[in-house]
Design a protein around this ligand. Structure first.
Ligand code: HEM
Length: 496
């Protein structure tokens, strides 16, 4: 037998064995239905620029539990409230590990991060710290004055633009204010100057990290390319992490010195956390604080910003809703006064608006991507170990089997309804459900309600764009780290 016959024979034999193995396992490992994959790329070509919309359209063909091959990755897509309930409530444990995207491997960040660690003792400790030291009602009440000061500064800035008749980029001012709300809650310092474009290093680095993480990364579809990092995303993220962690180091060291000097207690997160590290040095270390600070900025700034921007956009294009919201505010809060966090529960219509925004414009349309650690049976299908799991909450929020007029922005739908966004009602889960539900939701709702309420109660607003009918406002979405507005919302404040 010559060399070529040997090679051809071997290839033939291996292909035969591979096909046989596939046929033998087909019966026992039945995947949910989905589009037939192309060689190598799978169905990547079907994703397009708006994967949440493309996958929603495919789910109309293949059903609310669908499998799709994206590059090398088998992906399960869930697109109905009942299936989401099955995954996030009844089989929460099977689906609670995160699918690690390559960017967060930089500096091994994911290994200390509450947002990326699998459910394990370290993750539980970090969640406990968040729940007790920052997001508990007591802690949030204790440091709300830090946030209230930032709100006053935002309103003062809008008043200045109002005098000059200038339009504001609503997303920009919301982003800067949200960063400052978070940084003051976390370590009593400002990150950004909402009054000018002057450089704020920390803000810029956070922005750079988010922009890298928002890019589609080939490595996430072809892990075989991990070593090459073809787009350089991990490399650049790593440089940004370096800068950011250095800045956090400085902050932490400065605080330690200050603590020694002042011996005073503060109500911010860093203070409480440093005390915790002192008491549990084995469980927590310096890297955990830095990763946690990064987690909170990444998870908490763009999400609240996009919610605020979409809320203003939806309200400004519907004068009736704007009037109703302002009437409610006028009744409860004195004219031109800020909304305080304690007053939010007395503003039910404002809360309906925010629920409706989160239904139609969930900032994280697929939640945080999950992964199965071992073969899992789901509704008679087998989801193979290593599969990625996407819960399409954008589609669930627009499902006509669940919602009446799902494409109409109608806060009134929540008026006499107990439906809430806190992970119990699976038709409305913009912040997830189960053990990995967003721990920052209470803070997020305070931030968005107070900012939206205060902006509406302090000024009249009109769109900058010279469209005749506000309903024609461009509402196009861009898929990235969050679901943002393509055209930034520009609006002009005027005196009441
Ligand atoms: C409107 C604002 C917000 C929305 C819609 C939102 C949504 C989400 C979603 C969908 C997840 C993933 C849940 C899952 O996979 O089931 C998440 C996780 C998380 N969020 Fe939020 N979030 C918001 C604001 C915040 C804020 C303000 C913070 C903190 C400052 C925060 C901190 C976190 C953290 C740390 C995680 C990771 C939890 C884990 O994996 O265990 N979020 N959020």
């Amino acid at each position: 037998m010559n060399y070529y016959t040997f090679v051809l024979g071997s290839i033939f034999a291996l292909s035969f064995l591979y096909t046989l193995a596939k046929i033998c396992t087909r019966g026992s490992k039945k995947l949910p239905p989905g589009p037939s994959p192309w060689p190598i790329i799978g169905s990547l070509h079907l994703l397009g620029a708006k994967p949440h919309v493309s996958l929603a359209n495919l789910a109309k063909i293949y059903g609310p539990i669908m499998s799709i091959k994206l590059g090398q990755i088998t992906t399960l897509v869930i697109s109905s409230s009942s299936m989401a309930k099955q995954v996030l409530k009844y089989q929460d444990q099977d689906f609670s590990t995160r699918f690690i995207v390559d960017a967060v491997r930089a500096h091994n960040y994911w290994k200390s991060s509450v947002a990326w660690l699998p459910v394990c003792p370290q993750w539980r400790t970090l969640r406990r710290i968040l729940n007790t030291n920052i997001f508990s009602s007591n802690m949030l009440d204790a440091n709300q004055h830090l946030r209230s000061q930032k709100m006053k500064e935002l309103i003062a800035y809008c008043a200045k633009c109002c005098q000059e008749g200038e339009a504001l980029d609503v997303g920009q001012i919301a982003f800067k204010t949200n960063l400052n709300l978070l940084s003051n809650t976390l370590f009593s310092k400002d990150l950004a100057d909402p009054f000018s474009d002057s450089k704020a290093e920390l803000k810029d680095v956070i922005w750079d990290i988010m922009s890298e993480m928002g890019k589609p990364n080939l490595v996430d579809f072809f892990p075989i390319l991990e070593k090459i990092d073809p787009q350089g995303i991990r490399h650049r993220t790593s440089i940004h992490f370096d800068k950011l962690f250095k800045l956090f180091d400085d902050l932490i060291n400065e605080r330690k010195k200050e603590k020694r000097r002042l011996c005073g207690e503060r109500s911010d997160f860093l203070e409480v956390y440093l005390n915790d590290v002192k008491e549990n040095p084995e469980e927590l270390n310096h890297n955990h604080i830095k990763a946690l600070l990064l987690d909170l900025f990444l998870a908490g700034s763009d999400t609240t910003t996009s919610t605020l921007e979409w809320a203003m956009a939806e309200i400004l294009r519907q004068p009736k809703i704007l009037k109703k919201a302002k009437d409610e505010l006028a009744e409860i809060i004195e004219k031109e006064k800020l909304v305080e966090e304690a007053n939010v529960s007395r503003l039910p219509y404002l809360q309906c608006i925010i629920k409706e925004v989160l239904r139609m414009h969930p900032p994280a349309p697929f939640l945080g991507p999950r992964k199965v650690e071992q073969d899992v049976e789901l509704c008679g299908y087998i989801i193979p170990k290593g599969s990625q799991v996407l819960i399409n909450v954008w589609e669930i929020g627009r499902d006509s089997n669940f919602w009446e007029d799902p494409l109409v922005f109608k806060p009134e739908r929540f008026w006499n309804s107990k439906l809430d966004v806190r992970g119990q009602d699976f038709g409305l889960i913009p912040s997830g459900a189960g053990r990995r539900i967003c721990p920052g939701l209470s803070l997020a709702l305070r931030m968005v309600s107070v900012m939206l309420g205060s902006l509406l109660n302090s000024f009249n607003w009109k769109l900058e764009s010279d469209i005749n009918d506000p309903e024609e406002l461009d509402m196009e979405e861009r898929f990235g780290i969050t679901l943002a507005k393509v055209q930034p919302l520009r609006a002009i404040p005027s005196l009441l």
